[in-house]
Write a protein that binds this ligand. Structure first.
Ligand code: A2P
Length: 308
């Protein structure tokens, strides 16, 4: 069984979850079914914006694993900050469930819901149509309300930097976010953010832990050397390092052999890696490899130092 981390409200989250970003709808049905039924995952990470929630829900039902045994996360999209409960209801209907285990604010920005494109509104100059005056605390109070109603078991954030948390959210929050899900991997280890989150009782979650599509991480010399020393795959080391550091890892795959290997390998590597190896992995980025792989297209609007 997968080790769990306790969130700040006592709810337990399996430390390895199954990612679904960039999984095509027709593929994700089978991937989710396989992850639950064959590979042993009990934690699925979704989002309204991934355009595949209905198929994730179908995969969950196909697996035969009871809903109560699954930790299910989804995220509030940027055009929905003014109507959190309605957006949550749509996600619940998509997934075919009546509650989420965790609901996240996907990004710390409100995109214009009446813009020229419902998901990615763009201004005439080509920049993203961000509502710059929106206060994130007004999103968060709605998140707190759906928590209170019992529609979700925990609430958290995604892509929030320390600066945004300290300036715009924590001073106003009744409920401290349970997690912050960010781009976190060998080349973007977020050491300072992770230390800050831990000091606040917020669990870090790693998206793109394998470095996403065409990943440079799988051939990294430190990761491959450490993997070889243990008879593991580089992917195992990339995930096991996170797990050993108490970071929730969310590897994505639609390939059955990889879905199974990532789950087993993450737990095996977390147990096998020595403290010295973990420290070497912590230091890879600082040794000249620091690189963000996912860049938000609205970064220019607010300044890139507003997110991790
Ligand atoms: P696929 O889904 O075709 O199997 P991340 O979790 O960082 O977002 O990375 C996901 C990407 O890494 C996908 O392109 C996925 O491909 C690929 N991938 C997932 N697991 C492995 C693995 N064990 N070895 C190599 N590539 C993998």
């Amino acid at each position: 069984e997968c080790p769990k981390v306790k969130l700040n409200n006592g709810v337990e989250i399996p430390i390895v979850g199954f990612g679904t970003w960039q999984s095509k709808p027709e593929e994700v049905v089978h991937a989710v079914e396989y992850a639950l039924k064959e590979a042993g995952y009990r934690h699925i990470d979704c989002a309204w914006a991934y355009d595949n929630e209905k198929e994730v829900g179908q995969g969950i039902r196909n697996s035969g694993v009871p809903r109560s045994e699954i930790f299910l996360t989804s995220k509030l999209w940027c055009t929905h900050h003014h109507r959190v409960e309605a957006a949550l209801d749509e996600t619940l209907a998509n997934l075919g469930t009546d509650y989420l285990d965790l609901y996240l604010v996907h990004w710390p920005i409100h995109l214009n819901p009446n813009g020229n494109n419902y998901k990615f509104p763009t201004r005439p100059d080509g920049s993203r149509d961000v509502l710059l005056d929106w206060r994130i605390r007004d999103t968060w109070s709605q998140m707190e309300a759906v928590l209170k109603k019992g529609k979700v078991r925990a609430i958290g954030v995604s892509n929030f930097s320390q600066r945004v948390l300290e300036r715009d959210l924590l001073p106003y929050a009744q409920v401290v976010p349970a997690v912050d899900q960010v781009e976190l991997h060998l080349y973007n280890p977020q050491l300072a953010l992770v230390a800050f989150l831990k000091s606040k009782g917020i669990v870090p979650q790693a998206y793109s832990p394998l470095g996403s599509t065409n990943s440079p991480l799988l051939t990294d010399e430190t990761a491959t050397a450490i993997a070889a020393a243990h008879g593991l795959m580089p992917a195992d080391v990339l995930l096991g390092w996170l797990v050993a550091r108490g970071i929730v890892a969310l590897p994505k795959s639609v390939t059955p052999s990889r879905i199974a290997a990532n789950y087993k390998g993450a737990l095996a590597a977390a147990a096998a890696l020595t403290e010295e190896e973990l420290e070497r992995l912590d230091g890879v980025a600082a040794g000249g490899k620091q690189k963000r792989l996912i860049t938000p297209p609205w970064g220019v609007d607010l300044g890139f130092d507003n997110w991790p």
